[in-house]
Design a protein around this ligand. Structure first.
Ligand code: ADE
Ligand code: ZN
Length: 336
């Protein structure tokens, strides 16, 4: 199974670039930029990665991101992640970045987007991995602040495909961002959002009805509401599920209790993703490996999950068909 998963062509649709920041690289960039971090070694950083909930994690995640200063830092971070994609046969990835995490600290939007997008361009040429960018608004900040970010992004609109909504979910419902999402869609960005990770099903309803999102990040708590489940299926909207994130943040107690298989049986379109791989114990393939073992998924299930990852990617039809064909050939040759 491990070999099947390793070679399975797939896309990753839920990945925070700041969450791909491995301790060793964080340490190196902190030293390069002469920034003090509260850890003396890579091992100390790793030890700090124990979380009881989303907020515990976010506190450490924002602290880690604060060592990123130059365009080269953003380039190195992104290129390292894309190299891992190539090693896992991730053929395409949709990378979320949080501009406000950096602009709040005085780093310019330009520095962030140029570093990330240059790495994406180079990786496509050098590694054959395609990617696109999702600019994510931080929901613990105000809508006014998100509007500033939208404004800053406009000179780089050609580099950004979609907008997302992340950070502390409880107490920050999607409706708080209605106006900035409307404005973002007018600018041509596709609306996406985290919903139903810690927030209840009503947050998923708001994300669908008020923000008009085209894909749901996480969406676990949609299962609280059978009418919502049917609505998600009717609208043909996929969920970007992140198994190891869910256990790390205690959204799900144990992988054996993970609702992924149930979601698939209900007819929901599910994909497997890593979310913040440096913090949650594994890249996307590790998520496939561990959830396969916990839920006894078949090769056909894994094929279905990989198929969804291309089907619900925000790529043009021709590229989509190219990847689906590659996947189908692989599956036909390896399904027995
Ligand atoms: N930012 C990075 N990872 C996140 C997650 N899992 N939920 C909300 N915001 C995040
Ligand atoms: Zn996420």
């Amino acid at each position: 199974m491990k070999k099947f998963i390793k070679n399975l062509p797939k896309a990753e649709l839920h990945l925070h670039i700041e969450g791909s920041f491995e301790p060793a690289q964080m340490f190196e960039i902190a030293q390069r930029n002469k920034i003090e971090i509260p850890y003396k070694s890579v091992e100390e950083i790793e030890k700090a990665y124990q979380f009881d909930c989303l907020q515990d994690f976010l506190d450490i995640y924002y602290q880690g991101a604060s060592v990123l200063i130059t365009e080269q830092d953003f380039y190195d971070l992104t290129y390292s992640y894309l190299k891992k994609c190539a090693n896992q046969n991730v053929r395409h990835t949709e990378i979320m970045f949080d501009p406000q995490t950096h602009t709040e600290r005085g780093i310019s939007f330009e520095t962030v987007i140029k570093g990330i997008s240059k790495a994406c361009n180079d990786a496509e040429k050098q590694l054959g991995v395609t990617s696109l960018l999702i600019m994510s608004y931080l929901r613990h900040l105000s809508e006014e602040d998100a509007f500033k970010t939208l404004e800053q992004s406009l000179d780089y609109k050609h580099l950004i495909t979609a907008v997302g909504l992340d950070s502390s979910e409880r107490g920050n419902p999607p409706s708080k961002f209605k106006n900035v999402f409307d404005a973002s869609v007018k600018e041509g960005y596709i609306p996406l959002a985290h919903a139903g990770e810690e927030g209840d099903a009503d947050y998923v309803w708001e994300a669908l009805d008020i923000l008009k999102i085209k894909r749901i990040d996480h969406g676990n708590n949609s299962l609280q509401d059978p009418i919502l489940i049917q609505e998600i299926i009717n609208r043909d909207i996929a969920l970007t599920v992140c198994p190891l994130s869910n256990t790390s943040l205690q959204v799900v107690k144990n992988l054996k209790d993970h609702p992924l298989k149930k979601m698939m049986e209900l007819g929901l379109k599910v994909t497997i993703n890593s979310d913040d791989p440096a913090y949650f114990g594994g890249q996307v393939n590790q998520n496939y490996i561990e959830i396969q073992k916990a839920l006894n998924l078949t090769k056909e299930d894994l094929y279905e999950l990989a198929k969804n990852s291309f089907q619900y990617a925000l790529i043009d039809e021709k590229t989509k068909q190219k990847y689906l064909k590659e996947l189908n050939i692989f599956y036909e040759q390896n399904k027995n």
